[in-house]
Design a protein around this ligand. Sequence first.
Ligand SMILES: [Zn+2]
Ligand SMILES: [Zn+2]
Length: 348
Amino acid sequence: MRAAVFRGVGEPLKIEQVDDPVPEAREILVRVEACGACHSDLHVMKEHFIPMDEGQILGHEVSGRVAAFGPDCRNPQGLQEGDPVVVSWIASCGTCPECSRGEENLCRFLEMPGLTPGRQGGLAELLAVPEHTVIPLPGSVPLDIASVLSCAYGTCFNALRNRGALRAGESVAVFGCGGLGLAAIQLAATFGAAKIVAVDILDAKLRLAEDLGATHVINAATTDPVDVILDLTDQRGVDLVLEATPEPQLQSSLEVARRGGRVVVVGLHALGTRVPLHMMGFSMYNLTLLACLGYSPSRDLPPLVALVATGRLDPSRIVSRAFPLEKVNEAYAALEGGEVARAIVQVR
Ligand SMILES: [Zn+2]
Ligand SMILES: [Zn+2]
């Protein structure tokens, strides 16, 4: 098969012919349709996380079609060859105590296709993954666009619905309008948030945020977001804050949360990131500070897919550009340059 292969820190990905993966016990082989380009991949390429072996195939936002079943598949979802699917990047074991509690993203034996050494990713024609991480897609969902559901949208679904416990009518502030932040804004609108304040330093992203449901936008390069958000809420603060910036400014998030409010930090941060905090307001106002990395595929992806299938969520609105596999490096350059909210790589 053809694949985009990691050949070292700072090197562009190389399109190479590699051996087809063979699905192991209880794995499904997926013929990849599309794979989203995500900031986490850039972290890997620059070694901000654990070092990655040369020869690794990156890519973890995958959609495609079932190509074959490995031995011993139980196939509880009744999948058949050729069925359209979205693949979770949470390759959990499915049986450890965390998985059994429904917290598959905390799996003790977690592997992440394209993000953990040896577990190959989706910037390739074929991908072998555990069967319970493959979720069927209704025919009404565009197959290439569905790739973005597995990372940004899945994480923000978990951040708003489970971690942040967002209720209809509440107010939300989102710091950072990259792929994660924009997905969060769109989902918050879908969930019935009354006030959605978007904060970024790029006007183009703030315009997109407005299109996706933000009721107020703030350019933090020119305006202090804390003052504006407090003014917008009668000095009360918002119910829920989502911090979706690569370099979190947690202090501002805590200052715009209402008394008893919640702050959820989404995504991964580079190794060594440290954040100083003033503890007074945090303790005085009984704030809740939570992290959210990923989601539980079997719990969170089916309802997310249903939102798309019923037309209540349109993920194509954050996908600004599509690139063929040969131009995979251009997709990451566009992402890094802030030109796109989300770019997808069409593998097929
Ligand atoms: Zn990602
Ligand atoms: Zn597990």
